[in-house]
Design a protein around this ligand. Structure first.
Ligand SMILES: [Fe+2]
Ligand SMILES: [Fe+2]
Length: 173
């Protein structure tokens, strides 16, 4: 019997026999999923100045990475890479809107027409690796600097997700 689950990171719902291993929308691991009737909505509350600035920085990272992956999707040499890049683009776009929600600002516009990527998959995989490594490094610092429970949870989850993304390009360029 299917049930409805809810992701504590992106707050999207999921319908299935069991919770997914990874959120199909934001990539959060299964420990962030709860049956929807057990879900308790909490507000992030007042953000410290430092967390606000770090979230604004993270929002920029996610928008830039989403636009890069949409570009890489269009330039992909084969269906497998196009499928991977498109999914990465959508996950990063979900991260951007999750962060915007926490900042209580409008969901960002993600351009699908940027030409800021390379023309072949090997170079885009290399750039993907650099972008994910950079995101992880920044989010580790943002996690350490956060005092708010919800901000800590978000950066902890994002680090795990970006590490998953990093592993996709490992040994491929
Ligand atoms: Fe999610
Ligand atoms: Fe991300």
């Amino acid at each position: 019997m299917v049930k409805v689950y809810k992701c504590m990171i992106c707050e999207e719902g999921y319908i299935g026999d069991a919770k997914p291993t990874h959120c199909p929308f934001c990539g959060a691991h299964d420990n962030y999923f709860v049956p929807v009737d057990k879900y308790v909505a909490t507000d992030v509350g007042e953000l410290s100045e430092l967390s606000k600035n770090n979230l604004i920085g993270a929002l920029d990272v996610e928008i830039s990475n989403a636009e890069f992956y949409f570009c890489a999707t269009k330039k992909a040499d084969n269906l497998a890479d196009a499928t991977m890049f498109k999914r990465l683009a959508k996950v990063e776009a979900e991260h951007a809107s999750t962060i915007a929600k926490m900042l209580k600002v409008a969901s960002p516009v993600i351009s699908r027409d940027k030409t800021t990527c390379n023309i072949n998959d090997a170079d885009n995989l290399k750039e993907s690796h650099e972008r994910e490594a950079n995101a992880i490094e920044r989010y580790v610092r943002f996690l350490n600097e956060a005092v708010e429970v919800k901000v800590k949870m978000l950066f902890k989850a994002l680090i795990e997700i970006e590490k998953d993304h990093l592993s996709l390009s490992e040994g491929r360029f």
